[in-house]
Ligand binder design. Structure first.
Ligand SMILES: *[C@@H]1O[C@H](CO)[C@@H](O)[C@H](O)[C@H]1NC(C)=O
Ligand SMILES: *[C@@H]1O[C@H](CO)[C@@H](O)[C@H](O)[C@H]1NC(C)=O
Ligand SMILES: *[C@@H]1O[C@H](CO)[C@@H](O)[C@H](O)[C@H]1NC(C)=O
Length: 394
């Protein structure tokens, strides 16, 4: 490891660099964009020109702050395309003229898209949080900052999503998409501002990224398969979550989630899997959490099949989502709640093959000794276990 490159890496780096410099550049300011106007039309025109180019192309947004009301960048494109955001795109503020909507910036049906450049998608969420809906509601009428819909073989790197009005990023129907050196930034008390939500996608990677926000750091929904989360720092926020699952009929299975070498600091939860009670049928399997460092984290390890945040579910009927093949390995650090391990599985479908190994958590608060809560699960324990999970009520 380290920063020294060997000869092969240098050659590869030069190849990549020369490829990028070979791209035909389409600068949005050549199409009339400037800091004084809404650049939506100029940006869409620039995208169309680049997208229609038969060789590698680049949409360039130079340094500066540019207003965009709402934009969808459609593929398919004729060749690999780069969205080079060096400046800041600024979303509309919520005021008397704000119309709502479900997305601000979207990329759709594109193969080989690269989003990069060091710039920022500024959602101006500060003008929205707590104003159009309260903390007990889901802010459905507020736009998601950046959507990636039906992309293949794409990379999002060295850009920031700042103060989204709702989720920062939503990944839907993608295959082979990687987020790396990606940054999310919003205050801990911002509402519904999940960092990256992934659904119905295969081969999604989130690597070497920093996510500070008010809701889930990364949330993984139905139909997510082969998701790798590596070296992500979360906090503040609500932690890394799979679910909630089972709300809708015909949800696709979750299969293969690998969360490794992540840190969570001052988050409401650590790593968790949640499903609704009285749910639709579903399955989630092969979910693994390993080498996770926690610092002052509430509910560090959670499986909750009675998840019901607004008390609007029939908690008497158990969840019909089957959970299996789950491991929590080398999870260490400090918990801010006494119940450091909560494994509450469905009565109708007890969790199968849950493994806990090398759990080393500490708790120094006033709720008593560190402990676990378990229902309908018989975890396989190995290595150090603090707390020793499920010894009384397996
Ligand atoms: C995934 O996408 C990246 C970026 O385009 C590409 O380099 C890589 O080969 C793709 N992987 C697969 C398995 O297609
Ligand atoms: C769980 O793992 C076992 C053993 O590796 C495997 O046979 C089984 O198919 C897995 N279950 C699911 C639902 O993937
Ligand atoms: C558990 O963590 C504490 C620090 O919180 C450390 O002193 C101790 O050595 C760890 N135990 C093991 C077995 O890793």
């Amino acid at each position: 490891m380290g920063l020294k490159m060997n000869t092969i890496e240098i050659v590869l780096f030069m190849l990549v660099a020369s490829n990028l410099s070979n791209a035909q550049v389409f600068d949005v300011t050549k199409n009339g964009a400037n800091a004084k106007v809404d650049i939506t039309q100029a940006l869409l025109k620039t995208w169309k020109q680049a997208c229609a180019t038969k060789s590698r192309s680049q949409v360039l947004i130079p340094k500066g702050t540019f207003k965009v009301s709402q934009a969808t960048f459609q593929g398919p494109c004729k060749a690999p395309i780069e969205f080079n955001l060096q400046g800041t795109l600024l979303a509309p503020a919520v005021d008397g003229n704000f119309k709502g909507g479900d997305s601000w910036i979207s990329f759709e049906h594109i193969d080989s898209l690269t989003v990069t450049g060091g710039g920022t998608f500024n959602g101006q969420g500060k003008t929205a949080w707590g104003k159009t809906c309260t903390s007990s509601q889901y802010c459905g009428n507020l736009p998601i900052n950046v959507r990636f819909n039906f992309l293949t073989n794409s990379v999002v790197q060295y850009v920031t999503s700042l103060d989204s009005k709702q989720f920062h990023v939503n990944v839907l129907g993608c295959k082979n998409i990687t987020f790396q050196h990606f940054k999310v930034s919003a205050p801990g008390d911002s509402l519904n501002t999940d960092g990256i939500h992934i659904g119905r996608s295969t081969d999604v990677k989130v690597l070497d990224s920093n996510i500070q926000t008010g809701d889930d750091c990364i949330s993984i929904g139905e139909g997510s398969q082969q998701v790798t989360i590596n070296k992500v720092n979360c906090g503040p926020g609500h932690g890394i979550s799979i679910g909630s699952l089972g709300m809708y009929a015909n949800e696709e299975a979750v299969k293969g989630v690998f969360v490794k070498s992540c840190t969570l600091k001052n988050t409401q939860n650590g790593v968790r899997i949640k499903t609704w009670p009285d749910s639709q049928p579903g399955t989630a399997s092969d979910m693994h959490f390993e080498d996770i460092q926690l610092d002052n984290v509430g509910n560090p390890i959670v499986i909750d099949q009675e998840y019901c945040p607004w008390n609007k579910c029939n908690a008497k009927v158990s969840s019909r989502v089957k959970l299996s093949n789950i491991s929590f390995k080398n999870i260490r650090g400090s918990s801010s709640t006494a119940v450091a391990v909560k494994l509450v599985c469905s009565k109708g479908y007890p969790c199968q093959n849950v493994q806990l190994s090398d759990i080393n958590l500490s708790y120094k608060g006033s709720e008593g000794a560190i402990t676990s809560e378990c229902k309908n699960v018989k975890p396989i324990l190995s290595g150090k276990e603090n707390p020793r999970a499920c010894i009384t009520s397996a």
